[in-house]
Design a protein around this ligand. Structure first.
Ligand code: UDP
Length: 367
């Protein structure tokens, strides 16, 4: 008999498992896949950690979260500086003075701001969708070359139908600074993300290859409470309908050369190129191997049963999620948390923070 059954061993489940265990609770982690770590899991090949479910770069401004993850693994000083490739023209990301110079030949922040101001005039009032938000942030040229195609591929729908908040993730700077993230702390775990997950789960009983939703009866008596980080609609057997996700497909190639693209992340922003990104994994850890692995990331429609990557937080899905959240409140012994259970586009640091908060709340109660 356990105190808690933890369903899912991604960052959320692993943090909660660690915290509850450290507070003396008996926990059992059930993981559907054959490995732990959810989508941060990496597969090692020839000394290179391949981000099997898409590139992950840890970044945060939350000192407590940064200190917490550093308890389990040391982080390197990788700084994410992706390059956008629009039909062979290369632009620095995020949008900054290097980008503006290459696009318009402007050399001062004042000139760049004037150019953007002139182009953003087409949007009047509060932006109502991603297209309007993007144009009002950076103007029409950047929207057309660097945002529209990429975003429409990634989400499989037009920018006019997408929520504005997605693009707010992308900084705009009037300095020559190619650091994609504006956070205080950033890096990749030295030795890879599996080290972080293994550290979080060390000494904790984990069963992999177990689909909780299919073996619920078997585990019904195993613990007093369940912390569930799987998909919320699946938990309720899709009784109100299916939530929509965006899927991804990956194609990895090995090259017998030391350096294939010169950067970890290259974004392909033209609509005609079917992939959105190409990832050269070794650059995340400054690898010097004589070979390299490069993964093309293709956005894809998602079907139930496949790995769900991005929640599609449009109005319809958000409303359906709210209905599921009401059902979840009725499950008094089950705590729902994480990207899939909360249907939220969480960054890793936010999900770690959420795991810490949920654990505190649980421990504040009696059990
Ligand atoms: N984005 C874009 N062009 C790019 C990179 C990103 O337009 O070259 C936009 C796009 O709308 C995307 C959003 O910024 O959905 C967030 O991108 P990010 O790379 O942060 O997404 P993630 O890393 O979570 O896949």
């Amino acid at each position: 008999m356990y105190d808690y059954l933890i369903v899912g061993s991604g960052l959320f489940g692993a943090v909660v498992a660690r915290e509850l265990t450290d507070a003396g609770r008996r926990v059992l982690v059930l993981e559907r896949r054959e490995h732990t770590g959810g989508n941060v899991y990496c597969e090692e090949k020839e000394g290179i950690n391949i981000h099997k479910y898409g590139a992950h770069i840890f970044h945060t401004s939350n000192r407590a979260v940064w200190d917490y993850v550093n308890r389990f693994v040391e982080f390197n000083n990788y700084v994410n500086s992706p390059v956008a490739n629009f039909n062979g023209e290369l632009y620095n990301m995020p949008f900054n003075m290097n980008t503006f110079n290459k696009l318009w030949g402007v050399t001062t922040p004042k000139e760049a701001a004037a150019k953007i101001d002139e182009q953003r005039k087409v949007i009047v009032g509060e932006p109502r969708n991603l297209e309007e938000q993007a144009i009002s942030l950076v103007g029409t040229d950047i929207y057309t070359k660097l945002i529209k195609g990429y975003t429409e591929k990634q989400w499989g729908r037009s920018c006019a139908e997408l929520p504005a908040f997605i693009i707010k993730r992308l900084p705009v700077r009037f300095t020559f600074d190619n650091n994609y993230f504006s956070d205080r702390y950033q890096g990749i775990p030295i030795g890879g993300f599996n080290k972080l997950v293994n550290g979080l789960l060390s000494g904790i009983e984990v069963r992999v290859g177990i689909d909780y939703n299919k073996s619920r009866e078997e585990y019904a008596e195993a613990a007093a409470k369940v912390v569930y980080s799987g998909a919320i609609d699946e938990y309720f057997n899709y009784r109100l309908g299916e939530l929509t996700y965006r899927g991804l497909c990956f194609e990895t190639e090995r090259f017998t050369e030391e350096n294939h693209q010169g950067v970890a992340v290259m974004n392909y922003t033209a609509r005609e190129v079917p992939y959105t990104r190409s990832i050269e994994h070794k650059h995340f850890e400054f690898g010097t191997q004589p070979v390299t692995y490069v993964t093309k990331e293709y956005p894809a429609d998602w079907h139930p049963g496949e790995e769900a990557y991005y929640p599609l937080n449009d109005a319809k899905n958000q409303a359906l999620y709210q209905e599921y959240a009401k059902l979840a409140k009725g499950e008094t012994n089950v705590i729902f948390g994480g990207r899939l259970a909360e249907y939220r586009y969480y960054d890793m640091d936010d999900v770690v923070e959420r795991g810490l908060t949920v654990s505190k709340e649980l421990l504040a109660k009696t059990i």
